[in-house]
Design a protein around this ligand. Structure first.
Ligand SMILES: [Zn+2]
Ligand SMILES: [Zn+2]
Length: 334
């Protein structure tokens, strides 16, 4: 594909899409049914449908019997841990292999012209972004994710919490299921703002931001405290009437789904003429500029609180004005 039909490349070779990043027309005023209907298919396709299907397959074909999950025994817990590792290895691994190892589409649609593997840095273990990302994801990320999933399933198997069934509450569970990406984003926004507080940023969140030029392996590369906060959104299933299928969808979207924002390319090519939009640009800008786009715009929280960057020159100007104001405020305090 010719990526310059869809964007521009600067002297360094960094790619910028032409289209500004848009906020979902869900909670924007004036509300428009036409805009909503135009946006709706992209809410599902391809990514959310993929994670819904993944959750369905896991729930239907791999979940141990409720009786087994009533007690916390090593066998089934290890099974879930291995399953999560396998999913990450396969999905993240396939994207990494195609885009970063084999470089099948070169740097077409790639936001940052540089390749993480060619940028050794002291901020990373073994000076390697990939090795550091890998150790953090598999060392603490997936075990903590698994612990949240096990906690939820164990509670369900024992009937602890307001669990329900699709026969009893089909409408509620369908609505809840459809809103999980929104719930995930609001929760992520809140914990994300929290860990950008200077003390927590230095101690916790800077680990994730070391990957200024993220690749799929960067998605879950976090400090363990961030991992603990990151999956804590799944505790909502112990508070609101839920179903194990929704719990798994939520933890999958949080875990496996993180890759979408960190893929580093605006489109993944599917041949000469077609490519799938990643919607990664909003979060790429967060990795590039730090104090913009704490969420991805499904709910316009960044717009409401003045931290939205839509990727355009105007977005740059707004951000620079805000940073200058902040510097002036800090200098005045000295
Ligand atoms: Zn990130
Ligand atoms: Zn951040």
């Amino acid at each position: 594909m010719d990526d310059l039909k869809f964007g521009t490349r600067n002297k360094r070779g960094d790619y910028t899409p032409n289209e500004p990043v848009t906020v979902a027309p869900l909670l924007v005023w004036p509300w428009s049914i036409t805009a909503f209907l135009k946006w709706l298919p992209g809410y599902f396709l391809p990514w959310n449908v993929m994670f819904m299907a993944l959750a369905f397959v896991i729930w239907k074909y791999t979940l141990p019997a409720a009786g087994t999950m009533q007690s916390l025994s090593i066998g089934w817990i290890a099974g879930i841990w291995l399953r999560n590792m396998a999913i990450i290895l396969i999905i993240y691994g396939a994207l990494e292999l195609r885009l970063y190892v084999r470089r099948r589409q070169g740097n077409r649609f790639k936001y940052n012209a540089k390749w993480p593997s060619e940028q050794p840095s002291d901020v990373f273990m073994f000076r390697s972004q990939n090795i550091d990302n890998f150790i953090r994801s598999f060392g603490t990320g997936i075990p903590i994710w698994t612990a949240y999933e096990v906690l939820g399933l164990w509670a369900w198997a024992n009937g602890w919490g307001p669990w329900t069934t699709f026969a009893e509450n089909p409408v509620w569970l369908a609505v809840f299921g459809l809103l999980i990406p929104v719930i995930h984003e609001v929760h992520f926004y809140l914990i994300h703002r929290l860990i950008h507080v200077p003390f927590l940023y230095r101690w916790v969140h800077s680990v994730h931001h070391n990957s200024v030029n993220p690749s799929p392996w960067s998605s879950l590369s976090m400090h363990p405290v961030e991992h603990l906060l990151y999956w804590s959104g799944s505790l909502i299933h112990l508070i609101l009437p839920s179903h194990p299928l929704l719990l798994i969808y939520h933890t999958q979207l949080t875990g496996t789904g993180a890759v979408i924002g960190h893929v580093g390319f605006d489109k993944i090519e599917l041949g000469q003429e077609r490519g799938v939009d990643t919607h990664a640009y909003a979060h790429y800008l967060h990795h590039k500029y730090f104090e913009v786009n704490y969420a991805d715009g499904t709910v316009p929280l960044d717009q409401w609180f003045g931290t939205w960057h839509d990727g355009t020159k105007e977005g740059d100007a707004l951000m620079n004005a805000r940073f200058a104001e902040k510097r002036a405020r800090m200098n005045a305090r000295r």
